[in-house]
Design a binder for this molecule. Structure first.
Ligand SMILES: NC(=O)c1ccc[n+]([C@@H]2O[C@H](COP(=O)([O-])OP(=O)(O)OC[C@H]3O[C@@H](n4cnc5c(N)ncnc54)[C@H](O)[C@@H]3O)[C@@H](O)[C@H]2O)c1
Length: 454
């Protein structure tokens, strides 16, 4: 980044403390709050929240490491279907934690307040419903649903049991998305007409080819439990460790990544979902037995008068990137990397003219009439700010803020934003892409009733 000029400190913007504002390459840059989340406050020993993890793979472990950084949160138990991950859980959180292949043993414990669910998608509904019925609050990874029928079951259980449930699209608690929401609401880009978001990858791991451990077998892995309600097939370590590649356990790029883009879009704009969806794409490169596309494009109509277009491309031989651009009548707002930026180019006050092809006499006559209507003016005053950027502090982790939101709700019983209704609206919208892709037609959705329409 270029040298800082004109430094001004502690500017209050949109209710958020910005740690500093400066010009960089002609762009006004606001550094957002320097401290992340809640200041650590003492938590009395009997105010500790005891948590358990169900599904201790990559994301479950990373969520739980983050949760354990929130003051007053203690990890007490872990359930998983692969012994190697249970062994690593003890390495991470101590030999005295309970580890088991059967999460029912953990749900039966009275001293567990909340669970984090990091299983593959096809277990989300069952594990969340079982946990809430057992009196536990739930942090469940996205996408909340695997099948449309999962949504009403989770919503009903959360209502009936009065448990807090938060879905894990962490951007919903991100200071960057909060800033974007405030900027949009303040009219910074005028009336929104389009949202464009994408996720481009260029690596084998990015295309979900996660490592299979050398000891993977039906001894170290509980294959029948992993399968759950999925079709019964013989032991297959790729299905176990790279489950995103098969519809039986995941929902392809739509459920893995589009859902984040929907959560972000719905949070920033405050809308409930699209009414129409159309998707296309194909399996272009990773022809390794998977049954989901590696390129997916989706178009969605929102009743509020904007379109959303989404793209996931796992075969992008250029640079990897990810972002969201909100386009409005007065500017664009981009969320990407470490912050959110605005570009505003004021529209000309006069319409301009295109008269060169007319006869010279007509050009003269036209220009005279034009200048009579639009006399030449010379703008004065301050140069309008064309570009502005809000940057999160170095190393900012929105999952930490999402965990703080969750544990505050667990303590105060106040509702969270990314509750089961929000989670169903985001995942339900994302999965429309798969319906449209499979059926090769436009599909319709009622975002209020959360129902696919015929
Ligand atoms: N919020 C995010 O940014 C983010 C990032 C990555 C993954 N995720 C989500 O997290 C979830 C897990 O993804 P992952 O990449 O960690 O997968 P993973 O394969 O690494 O881990 C899943 C684990 O769940 C275990 N499991 C399966 N069935 C189980 C059961 N019945 N009981 C207990 N454990 C069970 C498996 O043994 C495995 O270890 C997915 O839903 C994914 O979409 C979210």
């Amino acid at each position: 980044m270029a040298e800082k000029v004109n430094r001004r400190s502690f500017l209050k913007t949109g209710g958020m403390m910005t740690a500093g504002t400066f010009l960089s390459g002609g762009v006004q840059v606001h550094a957002m709050a320097a401290e992340q989340g809640e200041p650590a406050r003492p938590v009395s020993a009997n105010d500790h929240l005891q948590i358990a993890l169900i599904g201790a793979g990559g994301r479950g472990q990373s969520d739980t490491k983050t949760a354990a950084q929130v003051p007053g949160v203690k990890v007490r138990a872990v359930a998983d279907c692969y012994d190697g991950r249970l062994a690593h859980a003890k390495e991470l959180w101590g030999a005295d934690i309970q580890t088991t292949r059967d999460y029912a043993e953990i749900l039966a414990r009275k001293d567990i307040d909340a669970v984090i669910i990091g299983t593959p998608d096809h277990w989300h509904m069952r594990a969340a419903v079982d946990a809430m019925n057992a009196g536990k609050d739930v942090y469940c990874e996205k996408p909340m649903i695997h099948l449309y029928s999962d949504g009403p079951k989770i919503i009903e259980t959360a209502k009936r049991t009065g448990r807090i449930m938060q879905v894990g699209s962490q951007r919903v608690s991100s200071m960057i998305y909060k800033k974007a929401k405030d900027l949009l609401a303040a009219g910074s880009i005028g009336k929104l007409n389009m949202v464009t978001a994408w996720w481009d990858r260029n690596s084998s791991i990015g295309a979900w080819n996660y490592s299979v451990p050398l000891d993977a077998s039906t001894t170290s892995c509980d294959w029948p439990r992993f399968l759950g309600t999925a079709p019964k097939i013989p032991w297959n370590p790729e299905h176990f460790f790279q489950w995103r590649k098969w519809k039986a356990y995941g929902s392809g790029e739509a459920g893995d990544l589009f859902v984040h883009l929907f959560s972000g879009t719905h949070f920033v704009t405050g809308v409930h979902g699209p009414t129409h969806a159309m998707a296309t794409g194909g399996l272009r490169f990773w022809k390794d037995g998977r049954n989901v596309p590696d390129v997916l494009l989706g178009l969605f109509d929102y009743p509020e008068g904007f379109n959303l277009n989404l793209r996931c491309n796992f075969v992008n031989g250029g640079s990897e990137s990810e972002g969201l651009v909100f386009t409005g009548s007065e500017g664009t707002m981009t969320i990407g990397g470490d912050g959110v930026s605005l570009v505003r180019v004021p529209r000309a006050k006069e319409p301009g003219y295109s008269v060169n092809s007319f006869a010279e006499s007509m050009q003269k006559e036209f220009l005279a009439a034009y200048r009579k209507k639009y006399p030449i003016t010379h703008p004065t005053g301050e140069i309008p700010m064309g570009e502005e950027k809000y940057v999160a502090p170095h190393g900012y982790n929105d999952t930490y803020d999402h965990m703080v939101t969750f544990f505050n709700a667990v303590r105060t019983r106040q509702p969270v934003v990314e509750d089961p209704v929000f989670g169903f609206r985001a995942a339900g919208a994302a999965l429309l892409s798969n319906l449209s892709y499979d059926q090769k037609k436009v599909v319709r959705w009622d975002p209020e009733k959360m129902k696919v329409l015929d």
